[in-house]
Write a protein that binds this ligand. Structure first.
Ligand SMILES: NC(=O)c1ccc[n+]([C@@H]2O[C@H](COP(=O)([O-])OP(=O)(O)OC[C@H]3O[C@@H](n4cnc5c(N)ncnc54)[C@H](O)[C@@H]3O)[C@@H](O)[C@H]2O)c1
Length: 379
């Protein structure tokens, strides 16, 4: 087991990463000074997969456990579910000394984290992430919240967990497509913060390479590389959060690929491209823009595309994507100020920057060129 500390003074917390951690969760809570009654929030599928070993682990450590089950999927991230979770906790007798534990991916983590933030004006929160996206991204950093009819993640709070326990064994049942989305975030971390990580992925991610680790058979990801990717991503994201918890500066770098990606998701129709897939294409487009601006050496976007392809991620726009429509959505992005689009681009591979001086004509050129090479559907 390895441990990455997110340094936030009195609110610092460890992210524990390894195999076989789920059956030790009760003991791990105790050894980190956490106890009391526990409300575990999850969805029916994950309760079926991991509920029994988690409950046994918590009870073995003398903890009282109650469950709060929400439906699977993004629709669970809604305010009425926060109220329901709070009521479940209060009805179960969870007091201010108790804790809320999220067992699941980013949806469960965001929902239960926000619940922990508002229950009695804040109780302890523990994340047990079960998707790669949650392990490398959403469980670290304290952004919690739910969606509104008017947009994603509009209602929420910063509320840091007290402990994150990432048991890599839980990923064995994760669908390969979800695993790839997590790899998209790891690749993003390499692009914006760590050239060495990027180059390691470039060298070692080999599609179709035989592996004895069933989870990774279709992704070319060895068990060792997977563990290293989770550790390094948590270190990188943890350091960014430690320096800029409330996103007034460097934390914005984590949005690399997202302005293009969100627009692609919207134009393709929500659900067609998974978020991680749209962000992967967005990272490639952002690097292409960087090349056109003269910030990046020619070939950088191609290198990113190759790594994404090796991870099984899409690298081209979906067939029929209208570049004008994508640009129109980008122009409505919340980061537009006085008509100027703020974009996270790369200063070099391994370092990002925020710019607001990109001529719209250049963005258009990138999108038009990409639409000419759109995916013909044979992926
Ligand atoms: N708070 C943050 O900083 C942050 C960062 C990134 C994303 N997010 C949020 O995270 C959400 C996306 O999270 P996600 O990608 O983890 O998706 P998710 O939570 O929707 O999980 C994806 C699917 O995988 C299933 N699943 C989860 N673990 C499994 C396992 N071990 N085996 C089998 N199936 C499993 C889930 O039931 C779900 O159907 C979005 O709502 C996004 O806004 C938040």
């Amino acid at each position: 087991m390895s441990s990455v500390i997110v340094e936030l003074g009195a609110r610092s917390y460890p992210v524990l990463i390894g195999s076989g951690l789920l059956p030790q969760v009760g003991h791990l809570l105790h050894s980190h000074g956490l106890g009391g009654r526990v409300l575990v929030g999850t969805n029916p599928l994950l309760q079926r997969y991991f509920g029994a070993p988690l409950e046994a682990a918590l009870r073995a450590a003398g903890l009282e456990v109650s469950w709060h089950i929400v439906q699977a999927g993004e629709r669970a991230k809604r305010l009425s579910n926060v109220e329901a979770a709070c009521q479940a906790a209060i009805a179960a007798g969870l007091d201010r000394g108790g804790l809320v534990l999220a067992l699941g991916g980013g949806v469960i983590g965001d929902l239960l984290g926000f619940t922990a933030a508002v229950l009695y004006r804040g109780v302890s929160f523990v994340q047990v992430p079960t998707t790669l996206v949650a392990m490398v991204d959403s469980s670290v950093g304290g952004k919690t919240g739910v969606n509104s009819r008017l947009g994603k993640n509009l209602i929420g709070a910063f509320w840091q967990p007290s402990l994150v326990v990432a048991d890599l064994d839980t990923l064995r049942s994760l669908p390969a497509r979800e695993l790839r989305c997590g790899m998209g975030e790891v690749i993003k971390h390499g692009c914006i913060l760590d050239r060495q990580l990027f180059e390691r992925l470039e060298a070692e991610l080999q599609p179709g390479q035989p592996t004895d680790y069933p989870l990774t058979a279709r992704t070319g990801l060895s068990a060792e590389l997977l563990q290293n990717c989770v550790e390094r991503s948590c270190e990188l994201k943890g350091a960014v959060v430690a320096a800029d918890e409330r996103e007034s500066g460097q934390r914005a770098w984590l949005n690399f690929g997202h302005t293009f990606g969100h627009a692609l998701e919207q134009v393709a129709g929500y659900g067609k491209l998974h978020h991680g897939e749209a962000v992967a294409i967005g990272c490639i487009l952002a690097a292409q823009l960087g090349e056109r601006r003269g910030d990046l050496p020619a070939g950088t976007a191609g290198r990113i595309a190759k790594v994404c392809a090796a991870a099984g991620l899409p690298t081209r726009l979906p067939a029929g994507t209208d570049p004008e429509a994508v640009q129109a959505v980008m122009q409505r992005d919340k980061k537009v100020r006085d008509g100027r689009l703020r974009l996270v681009l790369l200063r070099s591979l391994g370092e990002a920057m925020v710019v607001d001086d990109t001529p719209p004509a250049l963005v258009r050129e990138v999108l038009v060129a990409a639409s000419r090479e759109a995916d013909d559907g044979d992926r």
